[in-house]
Design a protein around this ligand. Structure first.
Ligand code: GLU
Length: 307
Protein backbone atom coordinates (compact mmCIF):
# COMPACT_ATOMS: atom_id res chain seq x y z
CA UNK A 1 0.00 0.00 0.00
CA UNK A 2 1.22 3.49 -0.76
CA UNK A 3 2.45 5.49 2.23
CA UNK A 4 1.44 9.09 2.67
CA UNK A 5 3.90 11.74 3.78
CA UNK A 6 1.57 14.45 4.99
CA UNK A 7 4.22 17.11 5.44
CA UNK A 8 5.52 16.80 1.92
CA UNK A 9 2.17 16.02 0.29
CA UNK A 10 3.83 13.03 -1.33
CA UNK A 11 2.54 9.61 -2.14
CA UNK A 12 5.12 6.87 -2.27
CA UNK A 13 4.19 3.87 -4.31
CA UNK A 14 1.78 3.95 -7.22
CA UNK A 15 1.50 7.58 -8.28
CA UNK A 16 3.19 10.79 -7.23
CA UNK A 17 0.95 13.66 -6.16
CA UNK A 18 3.67 16.31 -6.29
CA UNK A 19 7.13 15.86 -7.70
CA UNK A 20 9.62 14.89 -4.97
CA UNK A 21 12.65 17.12 -4.42
CA UNK A 22 16.13 15.87 -3.47
CA UNK A 23 19.12 18.07 -2.74
CA UNK A 24 22.88 17.91 -2.35
CA UNK A 25 24.24 20.55 0.04
CA UNK A 26 28.04 20.81 0.14
CA UNK A 27 29.98 23.43 2.09
CA UNK A 28 32.55 25.27 -0.06
CA UNK A 29 35.41 24.99 2.39
CA UNK A 30 37.60 22.57 0.47
CA UNK A 31 37.71 20.41 -2.63
CA UNK A 32 35.21 17.59 -2.97
CA UNK A 33 36.47 14.09 -2.25
CA UNK A 34 35.11 10.63 -2.91
CA UNK A 35 32.71 10.85 0.04
CA UNK A 36 31.01 13.88 -1.48
CA UNK A 37 30.95 12.23 -4.89
CA UNK A 38 29.21 9.20 -3.39
CA UNK A 39 26.59 11.35 -1.65
CA UNK A 40 25.97 13.41 -4.78
CA UNK A 41 25.70 10.35 -7.03
CA UNK A 42 23.37 8.60 -4.58
CA UNK A 43 21.13 11.69 -4.59
CA UNK A 44 21.22 11.65 -8.39
CA UNK A 45 20.37 7.96 -8.58
CA UNK A 46 17.48 8.22 -6.10
CA UNK A 47 16.16 11.43 -7.65
CA UNK A 48 16.04 9.71 -11.04
CA UNK A 49 14.35 6.65 -9.56
CA UNK A 50 11.69 8.87 -7.96
CA UNK A 51 11.29 11.16 -11.01
CA UNK A 52 12.28 13.92 -8.65
CA UNK A 53 13.85 17.33 -9.03
CA UNK A 54 17.42 17.55 -7.77
CA UNK A 55 18.77 20.77 -6.27
CA UNK A 56 22.21 22.02 -5.33
CA UNK A 57 22.61 24.14 -2.21
CA UNK A 58 25.81 25.91 -1.28
CA UNK A 59 26.16 25.91 2.52
CA UNK A 60 28.49 28.87 2.81
CA UNK A 61 27.53 30.57 6.08
CA UNK A 62 30.94 30.02 7.67
CA UNK A 63 32.87 33.16 6.67
CA UNK A 64 36.14 31.81 8.03
CA UNK A 65 36.14 28.68 5.91
CA UNK A 66 33.91 29.29 2.87
CA UNK A 67 35.67 30.42 -0.28
CA UNK A 68 34.25 31.33 -3.69
CA UNK A 69 36.97 29.41 -5.49
CA UNK A 70 35.90 26.23 -3.66
CA UNK A 71 32.32 26.89 -4.76
CA UNK A 72 33.40 27.23 -8.40
CA UNK A 73 35.55 24.12 -8.06
CA UNK A 74 32.80 22.03 -6.49
CA UNK A 75 30.40 22.85 -9.32
CA UNK A 76 33.05 21.90 -11.90
CA UNK A 77 33.79 18.67 -10.03
CA UNK A 78 30.11 17.79 -9.72
CA UNK A 79 29.58 18.35 -13.44
CA UNK A 80 32.66 16.26 -14.20
CA UNK A 81 31.36 13.34 -12.15
CA UNK A 82 27.99 13.53 -13.92
CA UNK A 83 25.88 15.23 -11.24
CA UNK A 84 23.26 17.60 -12.68
CA UNK A 85 20.96 20.01 -10.83
CA UNK A 86 17.67 21.52 -11.85
CA UNK A 87 17.71 25.14 -10.70
CA UNK A 88 20.34 27.80 -10.05
CA UNK A 89 22.02 26.78 -6.78
CA UNK A 90 20.77 28.37 -3.57
CA UNK A 91 23.58 30.09 -1.69
CA UNK A 92 22.95 30.29 2.06
CA UNK A 93 25.01 33.46 2.52
CA UNK A 94 22.30 35.25 0.48
CA UNK A 95 19.57 34.33 2.98
CA UNK A 96 21.01 35.46 6.31
CA UNK A 97 18.05 37.78 7.09
CA UNK A 98 15.68 34.78 6.90
CA UNK A 99 17.75 32.81 9.40
CA UNK A 100 18.05 35.88 11.68
CA UNK A 101 14.26 36.33 11.63
CA UNK A 102 13.70 32.71 12.66
CA UNK A 103 16.23 33.07 15.49
CA UNK A 104 14.57 36.29 16.68
CA UNK A 105 11.25 34.45 16.78
CA UNK A 106 12.75 31.74 19.00
CA UNK A 107 14.24 34.39 21.33
CA UNK A 108 10.88 36.16 21.56
CA UNK A 109 9.24 32.88 22.55
CA UNK A 110 11.83 32.36 25.30
CA UNK A 111 13.25 29.30 23.52
CA UNK A 112 16.69 30.71 22.71
CA UNK A 113 19.09 32.90 24.66
CA UNK A 114 22.35 34.79 24.10
CA UNK A 115 25.48 33.05 25.31
CA UNK A 116 28.65 35.01 26.03
CA UNK A 117 30.86 31.99 26.76
CA UNK A 118 33.73 31.24 24.42
CA UNK A 119 34.54 27.68 23.39
CA UNK A 120 37.59 27.73 25.62
CA UNK A 121 35.52 28.94 28.64
CA UNK A 122 33.20 25.98 28.14
CA UNK A 123 36.00 23.49 27.59
CA UNK A 124 37.78 24.69 30.73
CA UNK A 125 34.64 24.56 32.91
CA UNK A 126 33.65 21.09 31.67
CA UNK A 127 37.13 19.57 31.74
CA UNK A 128 37.23 20.29 35.47
CA UNK A 129 34.10 18.19 36.01
CA UNK A 130 35.00 14.56 35.54
CA UNK A 131 32.87 12.75 32.95
CA UNK A 132 30.91 15.81 31.80
CA UNK A 133 28.60 14.63 28.99
CA UNK A 134 29.27 15.38 25.35
CA UNK A 135 27.03 15.85 22.32
CA UNK A 136 27.03 13.43 19.35
CA UNK A 137 29.84 15.45 17.71
CA UNK A 138 32.00 15.03 20.80
CA UNK A 139 31.68 18.60 22.14
CA UNK A 140 30.87 19.17 25.80
CA UNK A 141 27.18 19.79 26.48
CA UNK A 142 26.72 23.42 27.39
CA UNK A 143 26.74 23.65 31.21
CA UNK A 144 24.23 26.51 31.17
CA UNK A 145 26.07 29.52 32.64
CA UNK A 146 24.23 32.04 30.42
CA UNK A 147 20.82 30.35 30.52
CA UNK A 148 19.82 32.20 33.67
CA UNK A 149 21.18 35.67 32.84
CA UNK A 150 18.57 38.37 33.29
CA UNK A 151 17.66 40.70 30.44
CA UNK A 152 19.53 43.54 32.20
CA UNK A 153 22.64 41.41 32.56
CA UNK A 154 22.51 40.49 28.89
CA UNK A 155 22.01 44.11 27.87
CA UNK A 156 24.90 45.27 30.05
CA UNK A 157 27.22 42.69 28.48
CA UNK A 158 26.11 43.59 24.98
CA UNK A 159 26.56 47.30 25.73
CA UNK A 160 30.12 46.59 26.84
CA UNK A 161 30.78 45.07 23.41
CA UNK A 162 30.83 41.42 24.50
CA UNK A 163 30.23 39.06 21.58
CA UNK A 164 27.59 36.38 21.90
CA UNK A 165 26.14 33.38 20.17
CA UNK A 166 22.59 32.03 20.49
CA UNK A 167 21.65 28.78 22.17
CA UNK A 168 18.45 26.80 22.12
CA UNK A 169 17.00 26.26 25.58
CA UNK A 170 16.57 22.54 25.00
CA UNK A 171 14.30 21.79 27.95
CA UNK A 172 11.91 24.62 27.06
CA UNK A 173 12.07 23.79 23.34
CA UNK A 174 11.13 20.16 23.95
CA UNK A 175 8.33 21.26 26.27
CA UNK A 176 7.03 23.63 23.56
CA UNK A 177 6.32 20.88 21.00
CA UNK A 178 3.85 18.05 21.00
CA UNK A 179 6.24 15.17 21.55
CA UNK A 180 7.53 12.66 20.91
CA UNK A 181 8.64 13.81 17.47
CA UNK A 182 9.35 11.30 14.75
CA UNK A 183 10.75 11.37 11.23
CA UNK A 184 10.84 8.75 8.51
CA UNK A 185 14.16 7.06 7.79
CA UNK A 186 14.72 4.84 4.76
CA UNK A 187 17.47 2.26 4.91
CA UNK A 188 18.81 0.80 1.69
CA UNK A 189 16.07 -1.11 -0.07
CA UNK A 190 13.64 -0.89 2.85
CA UNK A 191 10.36 0.87 3.53
CA UNK A 192 10.56 3.98 5.68
CA UNK A 193 10.61 3.44 9.43
CA UNK A 194 9.46 6.01 11.96
CA UNK A 195 12.41 7.10 14.11
CA UNK A 196 11.87 8.93 17.39
CA UNK A 197 13.92 12.13 17.37
CA UNK A 198 16.38 12.56 20.26
CA UNK A 199 17.24 16.29 20.21
CA UNK A 200 18.07 16.23 23.93
CA UNK A 201 21.41 14.61 23.02
CA UNK A 202 22.55 18.09 21.93
CA UNK A 203 21.74 19.98 25.14
CA UNK A 204 21.52 23.76 24.75
CA UNK A 205 22.97 23.58 21.24
CA UNK A 206 24.33 26.61 19.36
CA UNK A 207 21.79 27.81 16.82
CA UNK A 208 23.30 31.22 16.03
CA UNK A 209 27.00 31.83 15.55
CA UNK A 210 28.89 34.80 16.96
CA UNK A 211 29.86 36.05 13.51
CA UNK A 212 26.68 35.32 11.54
CA UNK A 213 23.03 35.14 12.61
CA UNK A 214 22.73 31.50 11.59
CA UNK A 215 24.10 28.02 12.19
CA UNK A 216 24.23 24.90 10.05
CA UNK A 217 21.20 23.50 11.90
CA UNK A 218 18.86 26.48 11.52
CA UNK A 219 19.90 27.25 7.94
CA UNK A 220 19.53 23.62 6.92
CA UNK A 221 15.95 23.18 8.17
CA UNK A 222 14.81 26.56 6.85
CA UNK A 223 16.34 25.91 3.43
CA UNK A 224 15.01 22.37 3.15
CA UNK A 225 11.55 23.86 3.74
CA UNK A 226 12.10 26.88 1.46
CA UNK A 227 13.31 24.62 -1.35
CA UNK A 228 10.42 22.18 -0.87
CA UNK A 229 12.83 19.31 -0.17
CA UNK A 230 10.95 16.04 0.36
CA UNK A 231 13.94 13.69 0.62
CA UNK A 232 17.23 14.33 2.39
CA UNK A 233 20.05 11.94 1.47
CA UNK A 234 23.23 12.59 3.44
CA UNK A 235 26.00 10.85 5.33
CA UNK A 236 25.51 8.82 8.50
CA UNK A 237 27.68 11.39 10.30
CA UNK A 238 24.63 13.70 10.25
CA UNK A 239 22.14 11.14 11.53
CA UNK A 240 22.22 12.40 15.13
CA UNK A 241 21.69 15.96 13.89
CA UNK A 242 18.40 14.88 12.31
CA UNK A 243 16.75 14.56 15.73
CA UNK A 244 17.67 18.18 16.40
CA UNK A 245 16.50 19.22 12.92
CA UNK A 246 13.15 17.56 13.58
CA UNK A 247 12.76 19.61 16.76
CA UNK A 248 13.64 22.86 14.95
CA UNK A 249 11.14 21.99 12.20
CA UNK A 250 8.42 21.49 14.80
CA UNK A 251 9.30 24.75 16.58
CA UNK A 252 9.31 26.70 13.32
CA UNK A 253 6.13 25.11 11.96
CA UNK A 254 7.98 23.36 9.09
CA UNK A 255 7.20 19.92 7.64
CA UNK A 256 9.74 17.11 7.88
CA UNK A 257 11.27 15.54 4.78
CA UNK A 258 12.07 11.83 4.64
CA UNK A 259 15.69 10.94 5.43
CA UNK A 260 18.28 8.47 4.18
CA UNK A 261 21.61 8.48 5.99
CA UNK A 262 24.12 6.58 3.91
CA UNK A 263 27.29 4.79 4.97
CA UNK A 264 30.41 6.91 4.76
CA UNK A 265 33.22 6.27 2.32
CA UNK A 266 36.20 5.45 4.53
CA UNK A 267 39.90 5.65 3.77
CA UNK A 268 42.23 2.66 3.94
CA UNK A 269 42.58 3.15 7.72
CA UNK A 270 38.77 3.08 8.10
CA UNK A 271 38.74 6.82 8.86
CA UNK A 272 36.13 9.17 7.46
CA UNK A 273 37.39 11.10 4.44
CA UNK A 274 37.52 14.79 5.15
CA UNK A 275 38.48 17.69 3.00
CA UNK A 276 40.94 18.78 5.63
CA UNK A 277 42.80 15.48 5.64
CA UNK A 278 45.05 14.40 2.84
CA UNK A 279 42.62 11.99 1.16
CA UNK A 280 42.63 12.48 -2.61
CA UNK A 281 40.06 14.95 -3.83
CA UNK A 282 38.27 14.59 -7.16
CA UNK A 283 40.63 17.16 -8.70
CA UNK A 284 43.67 15.09 -7.75
CA UNK A 285 42.11 11.96 -9.16
CA UNK A 286 41.30 13.78 -12.39
CA UNK A 287 44.85 15.18 -12.60
CA UNK A 288 46.15 11.64 -12.20
CA UNK A 289 44.15 10.62 -15.25
CA UNK A 290 41.02 9.14 -13.64
CA UNK A 291 37.85 9.35 -15.72
CA UNK A 292 34.39 10.05 -14.27
CA UNK A 293 33.43 6.49 -15.20
CA UNK A 294 36.41 5.05 -13.33
CA UNK A 295 35.54 7.07 -10.20
CA UNK A 296 31.92 5.97 -10.37
CA UNK A 297 33.03 2.38 -10.87
CA UNK A 298 35.38 2.56 -7.87
CA UNK A 299 32.64 4.02 -5.67
CA UNK A 300 30.17 1.38 -6.82
CA UNK A 301 32.72 -1.32 -5.94
CA UNK A 302 33.59 0.18 -2.54
CA UNK A 303 30.02 0.95 -1.50
CA UNK A 304 28.24 -1.87 -3.31
CA UNK A 305 25.81 0.53 -4.97
CA UNK A 306 25.21 0.61 -8.74
CA UNK A 307 25.27 4.05 -10.33
N1 GLU B 1 26.87 21.04 4.28
C1 GLU B 1 26.93 19.76 4.93
C2 GLU B 1 28.25 19.10 4.59
O1 GLU B 1 28.90 19.48 3.63
C3 GLU B 1 25.82 18.82 4.50
C4 GLU B 1 24.57 19.16 5.17
C5 GLU B 1 23.35 18.31 4.82
O2 GLU B 1 23.36 17.55 3.83
O3 GLU B 1 22.39 18.48 5.53
O4 GLU B 1 28.64 18.20 5.30
Amino acid sequence: MAQQNASAGKTLGAETATQPVFRFAPSPNGYLHLGHAFSALLNLKLAKAHHARLLLRIEDIDPERSRRHFETALMEDLEWIGFRWDEPPRRQSEHLPDYAAALDGLIERGLAYPCFCSRSDIARACAEKMGWPRDPDGAFLYPGACRTLTQQECEARRASGARFSLRLDMAKAIAAVQGPLTYREFHEGEDGLAVVAAPELWGDVLIGRRDVPASYHIACVLDDAAQGVTDVVRGADLEAATGLHRLLQALLGLGAPDYRHHRLVLDSDARKLAKSKSSPCLRDLRARGASPASVRHELARLMKVEF
